[in-house]
Design a binder for this molecule. Structure first.
Ligand code: MN
Length: 285
């Protein structure tokens, strides 16, 4: 089986979004920093409430999915449909904006650490205008499997095989077939996983460094960098002298044009102008 290589590194940049939430953005910092169908990945990690407490007040989305995964702290979510959810540490929210959603995402902790990720996944043209939907995933709905050489993996979306046993995440059946896993390795640990050969894939090392590829030719990936993988049927990821934690994401690329204006992601400029006009006229949703 052909092994994937570390093909491109996208270092995360410190920035802020919402009402002043400090975060690190890897994918999505520029138009070239996308990995079809993945549009953006933000990591927020702070023990200073001033870095996050203003949160993300009411804002719209159209044309894609947002996935929030919390490691520490809470995130309160409310949307125009009257849905209200509290993301717990270790839990996730899978939100399909479709034709439109207006929501707020507000960290609920005033002390202690807030740490998590928001991933944006594009929708195919045929699904961009479908009704909005979202799913809150409790921490106990995300299966955790121990790795034979130490460490563990949590599966949020898609399925993997660990020691001959299938571990299926709670999110299945989407047209981009996303795999979203969170891996913890001990010092010197190794993680190997088969991936569909034609799917895009990247690794985000949130506690690194890592090395990616077969052991004799593995390339380093520093902490808080995203590493885009070449095509291939499997990936091998190694921890260094210390423990490591990373996200591994893979999905079927759409191969469609991307037109983005902030929180609207469509296929053409005209569709973006329509989204802006709809939002202004109060008919986005
Ligand atoms: Mn949002």
């Amino acid at each position: 089986m052909s092994s994937r290589r570390l093909q491109q590194i996208i270092p995360s940049l410190a920035t802020s979004d919402g009402a002043g939430v400090s975060l690190r953005r890897s994918l999505g910092q520029s138009q070239g920093a996308r990995v079809d169908p993945f549009l953006m990945l933000d990591e927020f990690s702070s023990d200073d409430p001033d870095d996050y407490i203003a949160g993300f007040p009411s804002h719209p989305h159209r044309g894609f999915e947002t996935v929030t995964y919390m490691l520490d702290g809470h995130m309160l979510h409310e949307d125009h449909l009257g849905n209200r959810g509290d993301l717990l540490p270790g839990g996730a929210q899978w939100m399909t904006a479709g034709r439109g959603i207006i929501h707020s995402e507000m960290p609920q902790q005033e002390s202690g650490r807030m740490r998590g990720f928001q991933l944006w996944i594009n929708l195919p043209a045929a699904e961009k205008m479908k009704p909005a939907a979202y799913r809150d995933i409790r921490p106990d709905e995300i299966p955790t499997a121990a790795l034979a050489g130490g460490g563990e993996v949590r599966v949020i979306a898609g399925s993997i095989v660990v020691d001959g046993r299938e571990v299926a995440g709670p999110v299945q059946g989407l047209s981009t077939e996303p795999l979203y896993i969170d891996v913890r390795l001990p010092a010197g640990g190794r993680f190997a996983q088969a991936l569909p050969a034609g799917h895009s894939a990247f690794v985000y090392a949130y506690e690194g460094p890592l090395a990616i590829g077969p052991a004799d030719e593995a390339r380093p990936l520093s902490a808080q960098d995203a590493g885009v993988l070449s095509a291939g049927e499997r990936v091998e990821i190694h921890a260094g002298d210390g423990p490591a934690r990373f996200l591994l994401l893979a999905a079927r690329p759409l191969g469609e044009p991307v037109a983005q204006h902030g929180p609207f992601v469509m296929n053409t400029r005209e569709e973006i102008e329509q989204a802006i006009a709809d939002y202004r006229a109060n008919r986005l949703v």
